[in-house]
Design a protein around this ligand. Structure first.
Ligand code: SF4
Length: 353
């Protein structure tokens, strides 16, 4: 047990002397900690920092967030990806305001029940805001524990994660869970890096199984990745005068609540001559006057389970009275920047409009 204490003491000392000064570390406010944790999921600190500041400035408390229109929240989120995080956050803010007048739950089980909050985020809020003894297990912590203990099972499946959670629960310093959790996460982010970890200056080096057995390069173990499926999106960028057609994305597909363009999805890469023969193209343009102005090269956009391959066909229409597909509307070019759009669309707009 003394062995464990020494290791924890070294880690905490290192953290105290080396931690980055991040705004969410200077507060015990659960709202701000929650906000930072949701933003930082799948996002590097360097990128998330600006988003965090903008959110706190726009929505300084849970009441302000709850009152915000979804479109504004998605616009502020634009570029971070995984937009369900933003939608769930808004849902949860409204839920807390409605049920408890904005008072954030304190008990782990109550926090865990909130929409968009999983085991990791609940443990982070419970320990950082309320110093409750819950061990966090994010990607950084999994890597640190895998190497420290020489854990050689795949960590990216429920079985591996469950075992590592047991290890994390066992190692947790219950007297100071907030700092201990943050110290582990910081070690994973600053020293125990996925590639070329900085073992030479690591405070845990003498306790590290992977270091001792020269297996740092092969731990953590991950399952072989499945090949991502491809989707072929052919966007119709329809303009008429100072207006452009946008489509609001609905439930049941990626980017719910965001805006893109009318789209013809094909099973493989398609030429414009093929698109013009499709029933979707015909139902929009039929005999109406229009001219194809430009066809973009292929834009590649990687999502967690899919690779999107998109082409943009720019079309000038002489007739705004055409029948638009469901969810589409004419939007003034001047107002285009107020609509939340996925990064793929933003990339096209930035280069072409
Ligand atoms: S010694 Fe290296 S591999 Fe082990 S915990 Fe430290 S940084 Fe990670």
């Amino acid at each position: 047990m003394i062995y464990m204490d020494k290791r924890a003491a070294k880690l905490l000392k290192w953290y105290d002397e080396n931690k980055r000064d991040l705004p969410w570390r200077n507060t015990k406010e659960p709202y701000q900690i929650w906000l930072s944790e949701i933003i930082l999921q799948q996002t590097r600190v360097s990128q998330g920092l600006d988003y965090y500041r903008r959110f706190v400035e726009s929505y300084p408390d849970i009441h302000a967030l709850a009152a915000a229109p979804e479109r504004d929240v998605l616009k502020l989120w634009q570029g971070l990806g995984y937009y369900s995080r933003a939608r769930n956050m808004l849902h949860t803010a409204r839920d807390i305001v409605q049920r408890t007048d904005g008072v954030f739950p304190v008990k782990y089980e109550d926090i865990r029940r909130l929409k968009g909050i999983g085991n990791y985020t609940a443990a982070a809020i419970a320990s950082f805001a309320y110093n409750q003894p819950y061990a966090v297990l994010d990607g950084n912590v999994m890597r640190v524990y895998s190497r420290l203990t020489g854990f050689t099972e795949p960590i990216d499946n429920p079985k591996g994660r469950k075992k590592l959670q047991h290890i994390a629960d066992e190692f947790l310093v219950k007297e100071n869970p907030s700092d201990y959790n943050q110290a582990l996460m910081e070690l994973g982010a600053m020293l125990c890096l996925p590639k070329n970890p900085r073992c030479a200056i690591c405070p845990l080096q003498i306790y590290c199984s992977a270091y001792a057995t020269h297996s740092v390069g092969v731990i953590p173990v991950k399952q072989a990745k499945k090949q991502k499926k491809k989707r072929f999106l052919n966007y119709l960028v329809i303009q008429s005068g100072d207006k452009i057609v946008l489509r609001k994305r609905t439930r049941g597909d990626i980017w719910q609540g965001l805006y893109d363009f009318p789209c013809i999805e094909t099973t493989s890469s398609a030429k414009v001559a093929y698109l013009t023969e499709t029933s979707q193209w015909q139902s929009i343009f039929g005999r109406k006057k229009h001219a194809i102005e430009a066809v973009s090269g292929e834009y590649r956009h990687i999502l967690t389970h899919r690779t999107l391959l998109a082409t943009f066909v720019k079309i000038q229409s002489g007739d705004k009275a055409m029948i638009l597909p469901e969810g589409c509307e004419w939007v003034s070019l001047r107002k285009l920047h107020t609509f939340p759009v996925p990064r793929l669309i933003d990339r096209y707009l930035s280069a072409n409009l």
